[in-house]
Design a protein around this ligand. Structure first.
Ligand SMILES: Cc1cc2nc3c(=O)[nH]c(=O)nc-3n(C[C@H](O)[C@H](O)[C@H](O)COP(=O)(O)OP(=O)(O)OC[C@H]3O[C@@H](n4cnc5c(N)ncnc54)[C@H](O)[C@@H]3O)c2cc1C
Length: 463
């Protein structure tokens, strides 16, 4: 079957992997080890021509299509059962123009590949916090991390993109060309076509930055979470932060051995300016409530970008639920403290991203991002488990935790990149009806047959 199919994709330069091939299991694996999807064909594309050839082949054979970047979507959208997978992993070249401060990044690159190339010039663009995440899926949904406070989301730094549409045509999306498409791909996910190249604006960052982790035990939950909130809600320019709510202390060299795996809460602070500015914020938090331990150190920006990799290794079993909070009120903090003590897997926790600063300087309708730009917290209830039993127990935990936090949430919406089981109601809620309608009209123009549907799907508007 493999030869037949391989040779049947005319002019395809990459490798075609089918269930009969050795390597099929490796080719269909995604980050979430709980996903066991069996696609019909994995078309490992080497360039945009391969993408067009694979899409044409799927069309001719009546095969559904899924698109694979870094494979981090929790629900396994990248390798949908019985579909043809447009696998972009080999389209991962990154070139940097340091004068123009622009990076060209292949649609299948990982964050670590983008960072490695840009850091050669002391530059970076905002992305996520785990280095093996795909630039593609992360960017198309929004993309936030340490640099978001200073420079916004990945989409806020997207200059243009090269795409292959469902009908195989090649287009550019930018403020000057196909501006509606350019608006839609900045938050509307992989609904509109396959991005083979992103171009990002870059900023001077590093190479050395400052990192800190302040860790409090579970017993100090309510007080510690309030200090963490007050600190992260009031960061000066030049700092970015993340809360690890209900995190077990990593068994890492910078954690005193007696506290390895201790359950608690972590305030993580990254500083991109002077060491003193970072130290002042760390000292202020420390003096409000002395932590169990802390760690403060300069480190390369690329090390900061991979500091959390071990918390979410590929192949681990995972499930997630997310929501936006306008504020971490006392009520919300009490729920967080209570549920942090009730998780089952030591690896489960709630990463809480503060969204403000440059993120909030962008008007709501400037991009298709699914969520308001008002300052907020994105709370991700991440169940991360080494065994099926723990996965089952913490899936129930995350669902109950989510229901308990819902009364404090901003609205029904949440970040589309944190939706493991997107249903139509939640997708519409993520964008709000007006934005969703605008996206649906653009979808009808660029993908009227809804070829790109294995995602947080925007249905084409009736024409
Ligand atoms: C461990 C971990 C850490 C994370 N940390 C963060 C974080 O810090 N910040 C954040 O914002 N998000 C984070 N996320 C969420 C992440 O943004 C999403 O999981 C995202 O979908 C990952 O993209 P991917 O390319 O790796 O995934 P894939 O599963 O490969 O792709 C997801 C979907 O994106 C689309 N897609 C991917 N690439 C392309 C492309 N080039 N062209 C067209 N469509 C494409 C497809 O529809 C695909 O189904 C994290 C996820 C995990 C698992």
């Amino acid at each position: 079957m493999s030869d037949q199919l391989g040779s049947a994709i005319p002019a395809f330069q990459g490798r075609v992997v089918t269930p009969e091939d050795g390597g099929y299991d490796a080719a269909r694996k995604v980050w979430n080890g709980a996903i066991d999807h069996r696609p019909a064909i994995v078309a490992q594309c080497t360039d945009a021509d391969d993408v067009a050839a694979a899409l044409a082949f799927a069309r001719d054979r009546g095969l559904e299509v899924s698109v694979r970047g870094g494979g981090h979507n929790f629900g396994g959208n990248a390798v949908w059962p019985d579909s043809l997978v447009v696998d972009l992993r080999a389209i991962n070249q990154v070139t940097v123009d340091p004068r123009a401060r622009v990076a060209r990044c292949g649609g299948g690159a990982r964050l670590g590949e983008l960072d490695a190339a840009t850091q050669e010039h002391g530059l970076a663009t905002p992305s996520g916090t785990v280095s093996n995440t795909g630039v593609g899926g992360l960017t198309l949904g929004g993309g936030f991390g340490w640099l978001t406070h200073d420079h916004g989301m990945s989409i806020d730094n997207l200059v243009s993109a090269r795409m292959v549409l469902a009908d195989g045509s090649f287009v550019e999306a930018s403020p000057d060309e196909n501006a509606d498409l350019f608006w839609a791909i900045r938050g509307g996910g992989g609904n509109f076509g396959v991005v083979t190249e992103f171009r990002f604006a870059l900023h001077p960052v590093g190479p050395l930055v400052h990192a800190a982790m302040l860790f409090w035990p579970l017993a100090q939950g309510v007080e510690a979470l309030a200090v963490m909130r007050d600190t992260i809600a009031d960061l000066p320019p030049g700092l970015g932060g993340l809360l690890g709510v209900g995190l077990n202390a990593p068994p890492a060299p910078f954690v005193p051995e007696q506290h390895h795996l201790a359950p608690g809460h972590a305030l993580l602070l990254a500083g991109f300016g002077a060491a003193e500015e970072h130290a002042a914020v760390v000292d202020a938090a420390r003096s409000k409530l002395p932590p169990l331990f802390d760690f403060v150190s300069p480190m390369p920006y690329t090390a900061l970008q991979s500091m959390l990799d071990d918390a979410a290794p590929p192949g681990i079993l995972a499930y997630e639920r997310a929501l936006y909070l306008n504020d971490m009120t006392e009520g919300a903090i009490e729920v967080m403290a209570e549920f942090s003590a009730r998780k089952n897997s030591p690896m489960s926790f709630a990463p809480v991203f503060r969204m403000d600063g440059a993120f909030s300087a962008v008007p709501d309708d400037a991009t298709a991002f699914g969520g308001s730009r008002r300052p907020a917290y994105t709370v991700n209830l991440a169940c991360v488990a080494p065994t099926p039993d723990l996965l089952g127990a913490d899936t129930a935990w995350a669902q109950e935790y989510w229901s308990a936090l819902r009364p404090f949430a901003r609205d029904e919406g949440s970040y589309v990149n944190f939706m493991v089981e997107p249903d139509q109601e939640r997708i519409v809620a993520a964008y709000g009806p007006e934005k969703y309608q605008r996206l649906a009209k653009i979808k009808a123009r660029y993908d009227p047959e809804n070829v790109f549907r294995h995602n947080a799907n925007i249905k084409p508007a009736d024409r």
